[in-house]
Design a protein around this ligand. Sequence first.
Ligand SMILES: [Ca+2]
Length: 562
Amino acid sequence: MTSPHLLRLLRRVGVLSFVLCVVGTLPGRAATSSPPMPARPNVLVIMSDDLRTELGCYGVKDIRTPNIDQLAARSVRFERAYVQFPLCNPVRSSLLTGRYPTATGVLDNLSFLLSRHPDWLTLPMYFKQHGYTTLRTGKIFHGGFDDTDAWTQGGEPRPLGNTDRKGSSQDPTVSDSIIVLEGNGENHGDYKNATRGDRDAEGAARRETAVFLWMRFSKPHSPPQAPKKFYDLYPTEKIPLPADFAAKPTVPPGFPDRSVPPRNSDLFIGREASEKEAREVKRAYWASVSFLDEQVGRVLAALDEFGLRDNTIVVFWGDHGYHLGEKGKWSKHGSLWEVGLHVPFMISIPGSASNGKVCSRVVECLGLYPTLVELCGLPPAPGQQGASVVPLLRDPSAPWDRPALSVSYQQRILGRSVRTDRWHYADWDYGRAGAMLIDSIDDPGETKNLATDPARAAVIAEMKKTTSNDCHPWKPGHDRSTPSSSRGYRGLLRAEIIGECLRIKGFARRVSGQFVPRHRPAGAEHALLQEFADSRLADIERPVRRGLQHLARNGVMDLRSE
Ligand SMILES: [Ca+2]
């Protein structure tokens, strides 16, 4: 329960005033020798890639995550938070715009959000427009995709093109392997990101403007990587396997074929998993999680060192769930199961009496955008489809009846999921490719399909009614910019790359009457990007012409010289 004093205060002066009241009265070491503390709280979002809720704070005793657990003790931890798509690019495009994946039209790792909706304000752009210094580290949207202009400092120069096409993450010899890092992992990107986060914290302590920092750590995304000391925490023979472990993806009896994609990605690609190998890979995943945890600890220590903890809202979020052998499946793509959609999610507000409490309401991570906007006192952002969870930050046991809606999209088949307090319903191709209904209280391992049980007819009717809301009615072809064939798909991807190159070379992009300011990189980034654009355009003179024709035919984009 929230203290009566806090509730009265929140109701009287609003959440932002509450935050400012709390942070403004607390001393910070940096504040004594730095400019006055910003009028708004800083925001730090820590995003982990492919992280399950297998953490100490989520009740898993044998995994070592002391730093994340400590953050949970200073946060409202959402016990049942669900993402809206089980894949990197679609879920981030959704969460960073506050729209469902069916609204963004981004349903795979190759589609670029801002080529479809250049006038939408992403979360960092919205904060930048409202006076925040916006910083990033790591892959925020997806490899090769970024809202470049949304960042005051863009971190590393953004690669152009689509890094997925270059394939390291899906190369079995790279992705599907176990890697032991030297030392403390100093040469790994996550270690370097934490070091940069340390520097960003030091810089934030000197700024007069509030800072919005989004940090992405790649682990435990495949390949599993960690220094030896983290592997040593976990004897292989003690690593548990799920009750429904199988050597290869296996549809449980009574469930639709679509519910378990037949081929794994990321891990055990095109090969079967023995129990011994499965334990070894899961052990490596756990080691990666502990490595991630250490980096999170370094960033949080920097917040303390520079006196920022008491003036910074901290969010910790995993971008989607992950299978480690459940249903014989590994990784996430195409999974509408509990383990595919359920994620760690926690929000720490300095001084809040709710910190350390657990919220058991079913929530959508989609609500992060309006939540942060509300907490920081910014005007409501346009187009938001998610619900702010601020009422649950005030009182984690407050009434909340909104379900969590999610989708998947594979082989041009849309899967739809509804998660309520008790029920988990999903169907594929609007029910034509089957449906499942699971009682999540009686059957947490999701082994019994009740979708054809006459005794559950009323529940199924209610679930179907819920799937017909605004989240789910998308069909291929409704979004004209979503390619309907792989050939058209590659054409659009190429056109997007070309568009970016031309933009860098001094053209502005116009889509649906909206102009996007041309990219104005500076210094070394400018030279690098100019060189890249020159080389790309020289290499693909003919595809440029074809790409422009493709754009013109589809009305996706016009290009004109400034
Ligand atoms: Ca991911």
